[in-house]
Design a protein around this ligand. Structure first.
Ligand SMILES: Nc1ncnc2c1ncn2[C@@H]1O[C@H](COP(=O)(O)OP(=O)(O)OP(=O)(O)O)[C@@H](O)[C@H]1O
Ligand SMILES: [Mg+2]
Length: 592
């Protein structure tokens, strides 16, 4: 997973590491120049071999003593180079981490697109969004601010220890003695920080999901006067979230405070003992100054290492949350999946299905829709009508031994999902419209569709009249979730969208529920004329919408209760007759 994220970014990170190590090397030169100036040039002592060698490159001690400006020049050049490499570090780091974050977002997005429908119904949108934004940011910050620095820090620690040991072993051992203490306390805090951060992150996901759901369901909230209830609920969760951050801040406060205390103690000890040594003459003043500088170089990175460790705990949590998404399996076709002819009969054979193990939604459902005919499905709410359609479109898959669904004799499990959906046009029960123009919504599967086709689909769906009355016609942008359209208009745009696909199989899942009976009749007439050779499945609660179908299936609590033509079913005693009589009575009452 990480290698996919790093594509194109690794080179920039390598450059960042190189430039930051160069900054460190140049930083380390300063104390040596000062030490040489104080001890050799001013006090006339012999320099170490390495320093002496470098000094000879610039003309030797005598020359430098008479040309002190050379020392100043070396200092200036070092400072300039340091600035340059610092700049390079920043630029390369920004390029690297932004490229990585871009990769992460793209990879996540395309992966999420391919995850099965059932995954989406299980996971909350707000939480997924939070993972793709906040968690990506946390990980990016860790890589860009911490990980790259780690190389520099390890280098610094090794380098400063080496320099200190080469100057005074006793003092160096005292300085080193503090490192295990620091590492131990870092480790102790690391777990606590990680646990707390997991809580914070999960709470943030919950909060995003809540906000997202509220914004989407704004109409329900308003209509039911639930503002205060929702606000209180949100405030409560928000307070919890804030509390968690405060607790995290508290842990971090202790962490940093104790860290400061330990490093101050270390510096103080080195300073005291070092001064005693210098008074006794076992260390020169120049050496002591250099030693203290290097000790500073040691203390800072060891503390920095602590910070990296605490940030690592956070990044670990974030990457686990991203891994949850990345490790979810994409919807795949069987290796030998085919693209067969889809104009054949649709057959459900002993189909049983449950969303959750404890509740069976469909029980041994068997029926057949002959190619080119229309099947009406009637049934109480919750009887499993929509579930049948989701299964036919393979948005949910059948478990083994739970029957099979075939089209033209081919099991749909052996058909490529993309092919299946290209051939089975479904108008879902709850149509979703994109925040685009009506024209774009109708032609959503074919951006290059010509206007005539869009208009034809719209007229069959009986929406063209409504569109003509709008100021911007097909260019009218419908709001988020089609807020600006009426329920019936939305349904008809969704019907037009499905008709655009021109599929051999068309399914209408209660798609006329929100239109008046007259419009219902007009649409059915237009549909009949335009779907002559198609296999049609029509789900409805209204018998008038179904009665002209070639066959009607009555579903009752997930079982096939009745199957036959309108005439047969009206003649037989059963659910259909009862509903028919009840609905005609209402119509009669209306007329009377
Ligand atoms: N994603 C899901 N997870 C769990 N249970 C579900 C899910 N979707 C539907 N159900 C349950 O499955 C049963 C059948 O639902 P389905 O949507 O198929 O009914 P329906 O016949 O289409 O009803 P309606 O006429 O109201 O549209 C219901 O009891 C419902 O609660
Ligand atoms: Mg339904």
């Amino acid at each position: 997973m990480l290698s996919r994220f790093m594509k194109g970014a690794a080179g920039f990170f390598a450059l960042t590491v190189f430039a930051s190590v160069m900054v460190t090397v140049l930083d380390a030169v300063f104390p040596q120049v000062i030490r040489y100036t104080v001890d050799t040039l001013i006090n006339g002592q012999e320099p170490t071999k390495a320093v002496g060698f470098f000094a000879s490159l610039f003309g030797g001690a005598d020359f430098l003593r008479n040309n002190l400006w050379m020392i100043a020049l070396i200092v200036v050049i070092t400072a300039l180079l340091t600035s340059f490499f610092r700049y390079l570090t920043r630029v390369a780091n920004a390029r690297g981490s932004e490229t990585m974050a871009e990769n992460m977002r793209n990879t996540l997005f395309s992966h999420i697109q391919k995850l099965p429908f059932s995954w989406h119904t299980k996971n909350q949108t707000g939480d997924i969004i939070q993972r793709c934004t906040s968690d990506v940011d946390t990980f990016r910050n860790f890589i860009s601010e911490q990980l790259v620095d780690m190389f520099r820090i390890v280098f610094l620690i090794v380098f400063s220890l080496f320099m200190m040991f080469s100057m005074n072993v006793t003092l160096a051992l005292i300085a080193l003695g503090f490192v295990p203490v620091i590492l131990f306390y870092n480790n102790y805090f690391r777990h606590r920080i990680r646990d707390k951060f997991t809580e914070v992150d999960e709470q943030e996901g919950l909060l995003s999901a809540m906000a997202q759901e509220n914004l989407t369901g704004v109409r329900v909230v308003r209509a039911f006067g639930r503002e205060k209830f929702e606000k209180d609920k949100f405030n409560k969760q928000n307070e919890k979230y804030t509390g968690l951050w405060v607790q995290l801040g508290n842990i971090l406060g202790w962490f940093w405070g104790i860290g400061d205390l330990i490093s101050c103690l270390q510096v103080m000890l080195i300073l005291c003992i070092g001064t005693v040594f210098a008074v006794r003459g076992s260390i020169t003043p120049g050496e002591l100054i250099a030693f203290i500088s290097y000790n500073g170089m040691l203390v800072w990175p060891v503390r920095r290492l602590g910070r990296i460790i605490s940030e690592m705990s956070k990044a670990h949590v974030s990457i686990d949350r991203l891994r949850y998404i990345m490790d979810s399996e994409e919807e795949t076709d069987r290796p030998d999946a085919a693209e067969p002819d889809m104009t054949g009969d649709i057959v459900f054979e002993n189909v049983s299905f449950s969303y959750k193990p404890e509740k069976q939604v469909l029980k041994n459902v068997s029926f057949e829709v002959k190619a080119g005919t229309t099947l009406g499905i009637l049934g109480a709410t919750g009887s499993g009508k929509s579930t049948l359609i989701l299964l036919l479109d393979r948005l949910y898959t059948l478990a083994p031994d739970c029957g099979r669904i075939t089209i033209g004799g081919v099991d749909i499990a052996d058909i490529k999902a993309s092919w299946l959906r290209k051939n089975v046009g479904v108008v879902l029960q709850e149509p979703f419209l994109f925040s685009r123009s009506i024209g774009e919504n109708i032609a959503v599967t074919d951006a290059y569709a010509d206007e005539e086709r869009v208009e034809l689909a719209a007229s069959v769906a009986c929406i063209s009249q409504d569109v003509a009355e709008m100021t911007h016609g097909y260019e009218t942008v419908v709001g988020e979730r089609g807020v600006t359209l009426s329920g019936g208009q939305k349904q008809r745009v969704a019907i037009a969208r499905t008709l655009m696909l021109d599929t051999p199989i068309v399914v209408f899942d209660d798609s006329l529920s929100a239109v008046d009976t007259d419009t219902d009749r007009r649409i059915r007439k237009a549909l009949r004329e335009n779907t002559e050779n198609k296999t049609v499945i029509l789900i409805s609660h209204r018998i008038v919408s179904l009665m002209e179908a070639d066959k009607i299936l009555v579903l009752d609590k997930g079982r096939v209760a009745q199957l036959g033509t309108h005439e047969e079913l009206v003649a037989a005693d059963g659910i259909y007759k009862r509903i028919y009589e009840a609905q005609s009575a209402i119509t009669e009452e209306g007329r009377a």
